[in-house]
Design a protein around this ligand. Structure first.
Ligand code: COA
Length: 260
């Protein structure tokens, strides 16, 4: 696929999506949001792809936020529409994808950039990364899921402090908060993402997709996560991957899962 603002690469079972507007610190304009949706949809539909890595181009930024120049003259209705459309098209879309997504945060992840990373299933960061939700400094609140996902990941008190102060935290603090799972050097970041991806690729993609649904169910209003788990657990017994995984264990060999 050809994109204006993204680089889409496939390396065996891995898709690497790089947001590529370095001069604008990879800020998310409308076109980039649509392209990201298309790239994630493409990777998810590709039976060969087992993990997606998302990163930003350049050494400075993962994503420095939603493109402020695009909404500076918006009124209330347009603001609500921007958030509603963006959440559906990209942020909720990524969170509910069947294919696991690792965000490799290589620099600034601010506003919509941190919200994008938080929509991914796993986050790792380089030691130069800085993260924050600066929206209240612009007279706004986070609109791409930040008020919901940040408290889920770091707890309500820390989320309130980050939102109210609009300050950035560094990679070590993000690690301590549990906002990212690992911190490494910028040079090692993609290698670490690929190492995690390769461990994921050893396991059943069908089971992983079901686990994503079950975990997410617990964070949805009106949905009983435990019930979703019971259903997903039961459904797993009807899959080829279950037969292969259990047979391989009993035969003392490595399971060979067919992929999604
Ligand atoms: N939207 C639009 N453009 C952005 C942007 C954003 N969120 N973030 C950075 N840019 C642009 C800048 O306008 C600048 O463009 P220009 O060269 O045409 O003037 C370019 O990216 C480089 O940014 P600059 O501010 O010069 O870099 P810096 O190193 O001095 O500062 C930041 C880096 C991240 C601290 C600063 O860019 C910033 O605060 N960005 C906005 C962060 C934000 O509030 N995001 C939430 C949006 S809801």
């Amino acid at each position: 696929m050809n994109f204006e603002n993204l680089i889409y690469e496939v390396d065996d079972q891995l898709a690497i999506i790089t947001i590529n507007r370095p001069k604008k610190l990879n800020a998310l304009n409308k076109e980039t949001i649509q392209e990201l949706h298309d790239a994630f949809a493409e990777a998810d539909a590709d039976a060969n792809i087992g993990v997606i890595i998302l990163t930003g181009s350049g050494e400075k930024a993962f994503v420095a936020g939603a493109d402020i120049s695009e909404f500076s003259d918006f009124e209330e209705e347009e603001g609500a529409m921007l958030a509603r459309k963006g959440q559906k098209l990209l942020f909720d879309f990524i969170e509910n994808l069947s294919t696991p997504v690792i965000a490799a945060i290589n620099g600034f992840a601010l506003g919509g950039g941190l919200e994008l990373a938080m929509a991914c299933h796993i986050r790792i960061a380089s030691d130069n990364a800085r993260m924050g939700l600066p929206e209240t400094s612009l007279g706004l609140i986070p609109g791409y899921g930040g008020t919901q996902r940040l408290p889920q990941l770091v707890g309500k008190g820390r989320a309130f402090e980050m939102i109210m102060t609009a300050s950035m935290i560094n990679a070590d603090q993000a690690l301590q908060y549990g906002l990212v799972n690992h911190v490494t050097t910028q040079e090692e970041l993609m290698a670490l993402a690929e190492k995690i991806a390769s461990k994921i690729l050893d396991n059943s993609s069908v089971a992983i997709a079901t686990a994503i649904q079950a975990v997410n169910a617990g964070f949805k209003n009106g949905v009983n996560g435990y019930e979703a788990e019971i259903e997903g657990f039961g459904a797993s017994f009807g899959t080829e991957d279950f037969k292969e995984g259990t047979s391989a264990f009993l035969e003392k060999r490595k399971a060979e899962f067919p992929g999604k």
